[in-house]
Write a protein that binds this ligand. Structure first.
Ligand code: NAD
Length: 355
C-alpha cells in the first residue's frame, strides 16, 4: 500500500485525493494547504489535515500558532505542518498554484532524506526530469523521484496524437486550442468579454515535445482564451497518410481514456455533454465524430477536454510509476477501473451515439 500526501487542495488536489481514495493499492495519509476555507474544511472532514505555511515555518513557529487558531475557528484541527506530513508518506502530490511547486521542492521536499513528488503542469519542465503520459513514457518514469504531469491541454493532445500515430503516418499537425478562461469556481481569472490569443507557436507544442520528442518540428500549436469555464476545445489539422474514417474512429474508441461523441441532432456542445453526464467530471478526451473530415492527405477534427479532470488518471499512474510499480498496462487498467471510466464512456456513448 502506497502512503500518499497531497499539498494544495484546490481544483486538482481535491480530485487527485478522491481518485486515490478509490484505488486499492494506495491511500491518502494526509492533506496540506495554506489557509482555512470551504475546501480545507472539506479536506479536514475526510482526511488528516496539515498546514503549509507560506513562509515555510514549522510547528514551533509563531506563525503556525497564530494560523492554527484561525483554522480552529473553522472547526479544523491541524495535525501539524507539511514538514510533519512528509515524514509519514512515500510520495507527495504537489497541486499548489503555478510556480509554487518548484519553490516547495527546494524548501520542503528535498529536506527529507528521500521523498518522491508528482508536480503539475503549472511548473516548468525543469522541475522534474520526466514529464509524464501513461501511454507514452510510463516505463521511463519507473522509480523516478520527481515527475511532472503536463497541463490538461498537453495531456489531451498526447492522448489523441498517440492513437493517431499508431495507425497513420503523420507529417505535420497544427492545433488551434480554444482555451476556457477560468475554472467554474475561480472568480479571479478571465477574460469575461474578450479573446486572448497566444503567440505562434504557443508553449503547448513544447510541452508535448517534452514527453515525445518525435513531434519536434512537426507540431505547431496556437491558442485563444475565451470566456467559457466548461472545457477546452481543440481544432486539429494533420497532414500525412491516413487510413479510412472508420479506422481512425476505431483507434479513438480503443482507448478508454478517449470518448467518441456522435449525436442524434447536430454536434453536441460542451454544455450539453456536461448536462448529459449530470455535470460530473469527464476524465476522458472527447473526439467529435461529426467534425472528423478527410481531404486528400489532410485530416481535420475537433475535440473537447474537461480541464479539471483529464490529468487525474495520469496523476494516479505517475504515483505507481514513481514508486516502482513496473507494469504500465496493469496500472492504467487499475486506474481506469477504480475511477469507473467505463461508466462515463457508456453514458456519453449512449446519449451521443455514432451510427
Ligand atoms: P487551485 O488554485 O485551484 O488550487 C491550489 C490550492 O493550493 C489552493 O487550495 C491554495 O489554497 C493552495 N495553496 C496555495 N499556496 C500554497 C502553498 N504554498 N502550499 C500549499 N498549498 C497552497 O489550483 P489548481 O487549478 O488546482 O492548479 C494546481 C496545479 O495544477 C497548477 O500547476 C496548474 O497549472 C495545474 N493544472 C490545473 C488545471 C486546471 O484546470 N485547474 C488543469 C491541469 C493542471
Amino acid at each position: 500500500m502506497f502512503n500518499i500526501g497531497i499539498n494544495g487542495f484546490g481544483t486538482i488536489g481535491r480530485r487527485v485525493a478522491t481518485a486515490i481514495q478509490k484505488q486499492k493499492d494506495m491511500w491518502v495519509k494526509g492533506v496540506a494547504s495554506t489557509n482555512p476555507n470551504w475546501k480545507t474544511q472539506d479536506a479536514a472532514m475526510q482526511l488528516p489535515f496539515y498546514i503549509s505555511l507560506k513562509n515555510y515555518g514549522n510547528n514551533d513557529s509563531e506563525d503556525f500558532k497564530n494560523i492554527k487558531e484561525y483554522f480552529l475557528k473553522y472547526g479544523i484541527r491541524p495535525k501539524g505542518t507539511i514538514f510533519d506530513l512528509i515524514e509519514d508518506v512515500d510520495l507527495i502530490v504537489d497541486a499548489t498554484p503555478k510556480d509554487v511547486g518548484r519553490m516547495n521542492k527546494d524548501k520542503i521536499y528535498t529536506k527529507k532524506n528521500y521523498l518522491n513528488v508528482i508536480f503539475q503542469g503549472g511548473e516548468k519542465n525543469g522541475v522534474a526530469r520526466i514529464t509524464f503520459n501513461a501511454n507514452i513514457n510510463y516505463d521511463d518514469a519507473i522509480g523516478e523521484q520527481f515527475i511532472r504531469i503536463p497541463s490538461c491541454n498537453t495531456t489531451a493532445m498526447l492522448r489523441y496524437l498517440k492513437s493517431l500515430e499508431d495507425i497513420a503516418k503523420i507529417d505535420n499537425v497544427f492545433i488551434n486550442l480554444i482555451r476556457r478562461g477560468a475554472d467554474p469556481a475561480d472568480p479571479e481569472e478571465g477574460p469575461i468579454n474578450d479573446y486572448v490569443p497566444s503567440e505562434i507557436p504557443s508553449h503547448h507544442s513544447e510541452d508535448v515535445i517534452a514527453v515525445d520528442s518525435s513531434w519536434k518540428g512537426r507540431l505547431i500549436t496556437f491558442s485563444v482564451k475565451v470566456p467559457v469555464t466548461l472545457m477546452h476545445m481543440h481544432n486539429v489539422i494533420a497532414t500525412g497518410d491516413f487510413p479510412c474514417r472508420d479506422k481512425i474512429l476505431d483507434a479513438f474508441y480503443d482507448n478508454l481514456r478517449t470518448i467518441v461523441i456522435g449525436g442524434h441532432d447536430g454536434i453536441p456542445t460542451a454544455a450539453e455533454i456536461f448536462e448529459a453526464n449530470k455535470r460530473e467530471d469527464i476524465p476522458q478526451i472527447m473526439i467529435l465524430e461529426k467534425t472528423l473530415y478527410i481531404h486528400n492527405s489532410t485530416l481535420i477534427f475537433s475535440s473537447y477536454c474537461h480541464q479539471e479532470a483529464d490529468v487525474i488518471p495520469e496523476n494516479i499512474d505517475a504515483i505507481r510509476a514513481s514508486l516502482g510499480f513496473e507494469d504500465s498496462l496493469e496500472s492504467v487498467n487499475r486506474t481506469n477501473k477504480y475511477m469507473e471510466l467505463e461508466n462515463t464512456k457508456k453514458t456519453l456513448e449512449t446519449y451521443f451515439p455514432v451510427y
